[in-house]
Design a protein around this ligand. Structure first.
Ligand code: FNR
Length: 342
């Protein structure tokens, strides 16, 4: 199976497998404020990631790579939706398009549809400096995402087996490119140890890509006979992962993602310490089930609800939301306590 066929398989299987709703965000509750001293009209959703100013903290995370008319049309729709709702968008892995010129259209269409938007390029950690530069050029990207997907590779029969040198390759890309470099997980989360390594090489931001939403172990297991079922419950839940990342630095830009679908989950992600929040599987589901118009409505609705929740909490900005009191219970509390995070 070619890389491109595998990618369209991923879209189908991601939709079939669905989102797991195990992010741990249900363990987070806000403390109601009866005298919040806020006003709905004063809420400011602006945020900053690695020097890029985003007008809203939510963005569309990397999904469709590979070639084919269907992926191109999904990317075109996603770019149109991002433009219409004024949010940033990441493209899916561009590696196959770097190897096969014909697939470039799948990605170029995103920049064509959204000439003034914030667009993130995307490659895996196997990328060289030259490939990273080419991926950025292909979509005139404002930043480059480098994804980490060790468990997915191990679960793929044709996947990588040698994970040495990842950090060094990422460091070279950071040193040689002149756009911000965001390192992201793809649904298994990041803990303190990983975050520390990434901070030490000077990444511009980390996207924790937590466990609890799209599950690539489950997706890959559908494609194999001898299933690695132990990987399906493997990973650091999104809520824990955000808290671990924020614990490692009070200031580093952190992106929350992994299973996020609602405005309340977005606000919880920010309150735990994220500067921005990315949605992937849920966006794809709404687009394919209900179409771009409904997706635009849904994103605008999430943005509107963010302002309502922030008003209730008395937090008029993303920065103020970082200081809102919250209660952490259940497995998330156990996890953070054992990891020495309070
Ligand atoms: C992805 N994801 C992904 N990530 C990445 O960095 N490069 C990629 O090419 C892809 N491809 C991809 C395809 C499909 C169909 C899905 C659903 C997802 C991972 C994605 O960006 C995200 O990290 C995870 O899906 C977890 O977030 P959600 O889906 O739970 O919101």
């Amino acid at each position: 199976m070619s890389r491109s066929e595998r990618k369209s398989d991923h879209i189908r299987l991601a939709l079939e497998t669905g989102q797991q709703r195990k992010t741990g965000l249900d363990d987070i509750r806000f403390v109601h404020q009866s005298i919040p001293e806020s006003s709905l009209n004063s809420i400011n959703l602006k945020t900053e990631i690695g020097g890029l100013v985003l007008s809203s903290p939510i963005f569309i995370n990397a999904m469709t790579g590979g070639g084919g008319e269907k992926t191109l049309e999904i990317n075109r729709s996603l770019a149109q939706v991002a433009k219409e709702t004024d949010i940033a968008i990441a493209v899916g892995s561009q590696m196959s398009a770097l190897r096969n010129q014909e697939e470039r259209r799948t990605f170029e269409v995103v920049r064509e549809e959204y000439p003034t938007g914030i667009v993130f390029a995307n490659l895996g950690s196997e990328a060289t400096v030259d490939q990273a530069k080419a991926a950025v050029d292909m979509v005139q990207a404002n930043a480059l995402q480098i994804h980490l997907n060790v468990v997915q590779e191990l679960a793929m029969p044709e996947g990588d087996r040698d994970f040495r040198g990842m950090l060094l390759r990422i460091e070279r890309i950071i040193n040689e490119l002149n756009v911000p470099i965001i390192v992201k997980e793809t649904g298994f989360g990041m803990g303190k140890e990983t975050i520390e390594k990434l901070f030490s090489i000077g990444v511009s931001a980390v996207d924790v890509g937590g466990f609890g939403g799209t599950n690539f172990a489950a997706i890959e297991n559908q494609r194999r006979l001898n299933k690695l079922s132990f990987f399906e419950d493997w990973g650091i839940p999104t809520a824990v992962s955000i808290a671990e990342a924020r614990y490692m630095s009070p200031t580093y830009p952190i992106i929350a993602s992994g299973g996020i679908q609602t405005s309340l989950e977005v606000v919880k992600g920010i309150a735990l310490g994220a500067n921005a929040v990315a949605l992937a599987g849920y966006i794809l589901r709404v687009l394919t089930d209900q179409g771009p118009e409904v997706l635009i409505e849904e994103i605008n609705n999430i943005k509107q609800e963010l302002t309502i929740i922030m008003t209730a909490l008395g937090a008029e900005t993303v920065k103020e939301l970082h200081h809102t009191p919250l209660i952490i219970s259940g497995a998330t509390w156990h996890w953070l306590t054992q990891r020495g995070i309070d």
